[in-house]
Ligand binder design. Structure first.
Ligand SMILES: Cc1cc2nc3c(=O)[nH]c(=O)nc-3n(C[C@H](O)[C@H](O)[C@H](O)COP(=O)(O)O)c2cc1C
Length: 172
């Protein structure tokens, strides 16, 4: 396998949810690279239904943080990216949501590859309208997740997965 191939599999395997960050800022270049990774995600009919709200402003971040039980993560992350589905650009609910998932995973892996850490926050969706209002998102934008990003405070995160034998139900 090529070196790039190995690096990609390593990144997929070693990415963890990072919920604590140092005070170091995240550069504009890094944020741009993460957004670029999202932009290049696949989507059905190439409809690219994702829209991004990038928030660094501490006051705005704090207001958003009140909408989730994971407020400390959002407060402490130097930057968050709210990922929306533009329903006006959508054509099939399942496929549009799958595309947004691919976009988020691209951005998360890019974050990890850049030496940063992030976590995909979904619990905040219980207040998705509130996040949209704070960011003055158009009516057709529906919040899909918030990606919190920063420099990892530490890298001791552990995680596990079901074994393949539990997941592959048939191989003929
Ligand atoms: C759709 C989705 C929603 C998630 N929502 C949250 C969340 O609200 N808060 C949180 O701390 N982690 C959240 N996570 C992160 C998961 O808890 C995490 O990916 C999982 O436990 C596996 O750990 P790992 O990412 O370190 O491999 C979410 C992940 C996904 C894909």
């Amino acid at each position: 396998m090529s070196e790039t191939g190995h690096a990609m599999l390593d990144a997929i395997r070693s990415r963890r949810s990072i919920r604590q960050y140092s005070a170091d800022p995240v550069s504009d270049d890094d944020v741009r690279s993460i957004l670029e990774a999202g932009r290049w995600a696949p989507s059905g009919l190439n409809n690219q239904p994702w829209r991004f709200g990038v928030v660094r402003d501490p006051k705005c971040k704090n207001t958003i943080s009140e909408l989730t039980r994971y407020r400390e993560i959002i407060r402490n992350a130097p930057v968050i990216i709210a990922v929306f589905l533009d329903n006006d650009a959508g054509y099939d609910r399942v496929k549009d949501c799958q595309s947004i998932g691919a976009c988020l995973q691209n951005m998360w892996l890019a974050t990890h590859t850049l030496g940063l850490g992030g976590v995909w926050l979904g619990e905040i969706l219980k207040n998705k309208e509130g996040v949209g209002e704070i960011l003055e998102a158009p009516q057709s934008y529906e919040l899909m997740a918030v990606l919190a990003i920063g420099h990892p405070k530490h890298r001791q995160q552990k995680s596990d997965r079901k074994s393949l034998s539990e997941l592959v139900f048939k191989e003929v």
